[in-house]
Design a protein around this ligand. Structure first.
Ligand code: HAM
Length: 400
């Protein structure tokens, strides 16, 4: 992941594991499941009597922390796009099940900057989605599905919310308590409801696509045209509004069939008004977060094994050989050969077993005769071929 991020000119940002509670309620939104039910929040002790206790929260997601850092450290003053990635734990109080944990790991990125740097352009959306398709292809995930939607701008959302309110009015009394409250406070969040009895009603509600204004329609059309041009396949899912309030325009999820109910490997979207809503400058942005746990589950569902291969296993043979083996392993490792090291107390058979378990390509024997001659027995564990190689040639031989 780090290699791919470097190839696309992203740099790492590390934000704190916990933040001021208000940061999440203001950005993710009071009525979302995350803020209303799932945050691990506590009251921190005041240091002095004159101070008030502060409410802190383990981060449930990382976009809010990145945008806070962008504002606090005036990253926009550079006038360029900030392309920032993060890898780390997030926390949500959910009912644990396959693919859903209370501490989980996200690999995410955000592109954010002043409009003059091109942060609003549909080219950013397409670049992000193309990178995600490349990431999933390169890690070997097959048959992923990109679901795409546009949730419009703030004005579109206001009109859509009004339409939802009106459509819900005659039916909302049949729905769950959360829906009844949200129909008043934030009707869009009614669409997140998981109650099976409420689904037939939700199915009939108006769709956001009908409420997009012309600039938003145009933006979405340009994103789709670029994806078509580079050959990234997607399907439009007008029901996907995502469970966080800060989204505007493009939203997306990549799903995979091997995951069961929690089918989203990753999710993201654009958040053009988020910085301003946190009292920052105008700084449109777009980003995503991959659920690392789910990515691994999806790869395992394809029968993929984690790669734990090394090039060489250095096996000391007989008393006094540990120091010679360590010296040789040191030379190999400094020459960039991934190596592991045995112990002089191991019999040869055990060294071979360990080398195979470590997925080594070669075993290098360091015995008294080898040390005296300054050349080593090297066995290819896949083919069984054994040769003798002089110390000076060893790293080149193993690399080849
Ligand atoms: P999210 O959809 O809430 O978006 O989470 C992104 C991904 O994190 C999900 O698709 C899923 O793979 C994983 N995930 C979420 N909750 C859990 C859990 N309890 N256990 C395991 N995996 C989980 C966000 O967090 C946004 N901040 C993404 C974003 C970045 N949007 C713009 N920039």
């Amino acid at each position: 992941m780090r290699d791919i991020f470097a190839r696309y000119n992203y740099h790492e940002i590390r934000t704190p594991i916990f933040e001021d509670t208000a940061l999440f309620s203001r950005s993710v939104g009071e009525e979302t499941d995350i803020v209303s039910k799932e945050m691990f929040t506590w009251e921190d002790k005041a240091r002095a009597q004159s101070e008030k206790a502060q409410s802190l929260t383990l981060r449930p997601e990382n976009t809010a922390g990145v945008v806070r850092a962008y504002i606090e450290h005036r990253l926009g003053d550079k006038g360029t796009l900030q392309k920032l990635y993060y890898i780390g734990p997030q926390f949500r109080r959910e009912r644990p099940q396959k693919g859903r944990y209370r501490q989980f790991y996200q690999i995410g990125a955000e592109i954010i900057g002043p409009p003059s740097a091109g942060s609003e352009s549909p080219a950013r959306d397409a670049e992000v989605l193309e990178m995600l398709a490349t990431i999933l292809d390169e890690v070997g995930l097959r048959d992923w599905n990109l679901q795409l939607n546009s949730v419009g701008c703030a004005e579109d959302r206001a009109r859509y919310n009004q339409a939802l309110r009106e459509a819900l009015q005659p039916v909302v009394h049949q729905m769950c308590a959360d829906c009844q409250r949200r129909a008043e406070t934030n009707p869009l969040r009614v669409l997140d409801c998981k109650h099976p009895e409420d689904q037939p009603i939700i199915e009939k509600l108006p769709k956001i696509g009908e409420y997009l204004d012309e600039p938003c329609r145009q933006h979405f059309a340009e994103v789709r045209a670029m994806l078509d041009a580079v050959g990234v396949p997607y399907s439009i899912n007008e029901r996907m509004v995502r469970g966080l309030d800060y989204y505007t325009r493009t939203t997306f999820e990549f799903t995979h069939g091997g995951l069961g109910a929690q089918s989203a490997v990753l999710g993201g979207g654009r958040y053009d008004g988020l910085s301003e809503s946190l009292d920052g400058p105008k700084a449109p942005g777009i980003g995503f977060a991959i659920g690392e746990d789910r990515l691994i589950l999806a790869l395992q569902s394809q029968g993929e094994q984690p790669a734990t291969k090394i090039q060489a296993f250095v096996a000391p043979l007989g008393a006094g050989m540990n120091q010679h083996a360590l010296k040789l392993a040191r030379e190999l490792r400094r020459a960039g050969i991934d190596s592991d090291l045995g112990d002089e107390n191991f019999r040869l058979k055990k060294s071979f077993e360990l080398a195979e378990k470590a997925g080594a390509q070669f075993i290098v024997i360091v015995g008294e005769n080898e040390v005296a001659a300054d050349q080593f027995a090297v066995k290819n564990l896949a083919t069984g071929e054994q040769v003798t190689v002089a110390r000076a040639d060893l790293s080149a031989y193993l690399r080849k």
